[in-house]
Design a protein around this ligand. Structure first.
Ligand code: ATP
Length: 455
């Protein structure tokens, strides 16, 4: 019997599990870490890659109105003058006169230090872009910035993408890549870090059709999370009020997730009008227009921007999939990851390390490995190994036991229900493929059997 015992998972529990099971570690941990920087471990890197691949498939490969780009992190500094980042990408910084802790003024409820109650300095605008120098001489003329968003790499390549892809409006350009922000206050694990990854789309449309496309993308992006298993009750849309809108934005929706610390932004979808292309035309002196076949006029397209954070998506997926239940008086901790996102798809578990059994199990492992991310584990009692795979969110375990030597069958155990079936070893690969694609566990291949634990 199993009984569900979870409410919302606490951040402490999640951070500790992520570290223990190899999802996420503090960066440079042996040197005491580096504030708000994180490393993805052997399991976390698979989860993160799967999220990015699911996004790329849905945003680029499955559509005929989108192309991809991968632009450089360092860009001509004029880009950031044109985009407004040099003058406007700042947060108000205050410092406690007593303990010297620094805070973002707009995060504070009261005008005193949250740590010691001390008096605060007047707010000063603090630019969030990281600066570095290009070339061997460290002087002002050589300053370059680590990009604070991936979007500008798309805008400056608008003409390149248009000419080489021969797309017509409406069409979009997508990019996944690192971004850097020298955030004043960080925290909540990977929610707000100083180095993170974004998945951004700039969708170019004819002026006048932008409202329609804005609504389309808000819905499209919300549904993407739901299709990947995020529970509807944990995700919501929040429209920006007029005074919250960026100066160039016509409309903006946040897609919020109910994280352990409360509802917070997972993704923003904005109607940016023609602000970015016009700014780059003015600063570069180059034309970033589009020849409209109907009117034969050169127009500056409007742009709809769905801008998502990879790390915030990882965090949302971890929070959403986390579960605890009592099974036979013991706590079972598991992640119900969608099969597309699960870092490890199949674990091969020989019942014992005896040579004849290990040989069969290793053959099974070799057969499955080219098809799925598969793990081989022969370390502890079988129950402990199942629990370990549950904590990694592995959808299927394949157990090879002594009976397998005689009947050439193996057991498939499903993560969520713990139900089991027994199938001929040569049918394992196809059967797992079908189960991972969503087929019911109890649909059996020829010669398969329903298998009860303990039989
Ligand atoms: P916030 O209000 O939380 O600072 P933002 O509105 O400044 O976020 P955008 O500039 O819209 O964020 O960036 C788009 C997306 O990039 C965000 O929705 C988020 O998923 C991600 N993102 C932004 N800043 C960070 C960060 N410091 N750490 C992790 N992800 C981030």
């Amino acid at each position: 019997m199993s009984e569900n015992v979870t409410g919302k998972v606490s951040m402490e529990k999640l951070v500790s599990l992520c570290q223990r099971r190899g999802f996420i570690f503090p960066s440079s941990d042996i040197y005491g870490g580096l504030s708000a920087c994180w490393d993805y471990g052997p399991v976390g890197v698979e989860l993160k890659r799967n999220i990015k691949e699911a996004w790329w498939r849905a945003s680029v490969q499955e559509r005929d109105d989108m192309v991809g780009l991968d632009t450089s992190i360092l860009m001509n500094p004029k880009v950031w003058e044109a985009s407004g980042h040099v003058t406007k990408f700042s947060d108000p910084l205050v410092e406690c006169k007593n303990c010297h802790q620094r805070w973002r003024a707009d995060d504070l409820k009261e005008n005193k230090c949250p740590d010691c109650g001390g008096e605060l300095t007047e707010p000063q605008l603090f630019n969030l872009m990281f600066k570095t120098f290009m070339g061997p001489v460290e002087e002002a003329a050589n300053i370059v910035y680590l990009r604070p968003e991936t979007a500008q790499g798309i805008f400056v390549n608008f003409q390149n993408a248009l000419n080489t892809s021969r797309k017509r409006l409406p069409f979009g350009v997508a990019q996944i890549g690192k971004a850097f922000r020298n955030e004043i206050t960080t925290g909540n694990f990977i929610f707000r870090s100083r180095e993170f990854e974004q998945m951004e789309i700039e969708y170019f449309v004819k002026p006048g059709t932008d409202d329609k496309w804005f609504d389309y993308w808000v819905e499209e992006r919300l549904n993407w999370y739901i299709k990947l298993g995020i529970k509807k009750e944990n995700i919501r849309l929040r429209e920006h009020s007029k005074d919250e809108l960026a100066h160039y934005a016509k409309r903006c929706f946040d897609i919020d997730y109910n994280f352990p610390m409360g509802w917070s932004e997972l993704e923003g979808v904005a109607n940016r009008g023609d602000f970015d292309l016009k700014q780059h035309m003015e600063y570069s002196g180059k034309s970033l227009t589009y020849l409209d076949e109907e009117s034969k006029e050169h127009i500056v397209p409007y742009v709809i921007e769905p801008s998502a954070g990879v790390d915030r998506s990882v965090l949302a997926v971890l929070c959403d999939a986390y579960d605890e239940e009592i099974v036979n008086d013991e706590l079972r901790v598991l992640f119900h990851f969608h099969t597309d996102l699960a870092p490890i798809k199949v674990a091969v578990l020989p019942l014992s390390r005896k040579e004849n059994l290990a040989a069969v199990a290793k053959d099974v492992y070799a057969d499955l490995r080219p098809c799925f991310v598969t793990q081989y584990d022969d370390t502890q009692a079988i129950g402990r190994r199942y629990r370990r795979q549950d904590e990694l969110g592995t959808p299927y375990c394949v157990t090879v036991d002594f009976q397998s030597l005689e009947d050439k069958m193996a057991t498939i155990r499903e993560r969520d229900t713990m139900n089991q079936i027994r199938v001929p070893i040569p049918a394992l690969r196809e059967t797992l493929q079908a189960k991972l694609a969503g087929e019911d566990l109890f649909v059996l291949p020829e010669g398969g059997q329903i298998w009860k634990e303990g039989d």
